[in-house]
Write a protein of this length. Sequence first.
Length: 335
Amino acid sequence: MAEPTATAQASEPTSRADLKRDGPAVASMGALFVVSIALAMAFSFTFLSQNIRAFADPNSLLNAPIYLGIVVLFTVLILLIAKFGKRVLIKYIVLGSVLMTVYYVAAPLLGTVVDRTGPPFGVGLAGVAGAVLALGLTALLWFYPEWYVIDAVGILVAAGAAGIFGISFGLLPSLILLVAFAVYDAIAVYRTKHMLDLADSVLELRLPIMFVVPKHRGYSFLEETRKIKNPDPDDKPEKREAMFMGLGDAVIPGVLVVSALTFLDNAVTVGGVSGAVVVALATLVGSLLGFCALMWFVLKGNPQAGLPLLNGGAILGFLAALLPLYGLTPLNPFA
C-alpha cells in the first residue's frame, strides 16, 4: 500500500497577491482530497462484499500499532537506501508497491463489470484486466511521470487504500490509528524532520505517492524536478510552481470515513438517511475543514505536518455526528 508521506508543502512565505493566485490550486487540491475519499466510500462496498481486508479482525486494537509499525519500518528503509544505497532502488520499491496496490484495487472493481462470476484475483477476465491496468499505469509512471499522470494514479491508489483499510479497522481501532498517525506525523516533521527528507527524495525521484497541483498553466512536473535534481548554480532559487501533498493525507482520515460507513448500524436514520452515511459525511466534512486550516498554514510558507489537522478535523466531525445519533456505545470494545 501507499506509504503515508503526510506532509503538505509550499515554498516561501506568500504575500496577499500570492494567496489570491494560489486559491485555485488550493481548491484543486481540496477537490483531489474529497474525490479520493468519496471514491473510497464507493469502492468499500465492493471490497466488503469480497472480504478484501488488510486485517482479519477489524476490531482488534493491535491493528493500528501494527500498521504504524509497518509504515515506520518502511520509512526507515527508504531513508537508509537514500543515504547509503542506490536511490533508484527506492523508485523500484515504490513503483512495485503502486503496481500491487492498483492491481488489488482494480481487479475486484473490474470484476463487478466484466467477470461477475469469476474470482477477482484468479485467472478470470477481471484478474487479467486488473493486471494489465496495473502494469500499464506503472509503466506510464516510469516513462512519463507528469503531474496529471501522478494525480490520476494517486486518486486510484488513495481511494483503494482508504477503502480497504477503512473496512479493515473498526471504529475504535480507526480512532486509535488517526491519533497515532497524527502524533507520528508531527514528530516526523517538527522534531526528527525525517519526513522532510523523505519528501525531498519523493520529489527528486518523481515518485507517485503524492498529489501535485500546478499553480499556473503550462506547468511541468518533469521540468521542475529536473531543476531540483540538477540545479543551475548561477540561478537564484525560485518559488515552487506547484503544491504537493502526500497521499497519506487523504488515506488516513479516509479510513475513519469508510469505517463509519461500514460499521455503524444502518437501522438508525436521520430524515430517512442512514446514520452511518450521516456520520461518514460529517467525518469527511470535518477532515475538509482540517484541510482548509492546513492550507492556511502551508500558504504561509513552511512545510506542515498534515495529519494533526486533517485527522483532528475528521475526529471532531465524527464525534459531532456520532454522539447524538449513537452515543459512545459503538466505541465500546466490550459491547
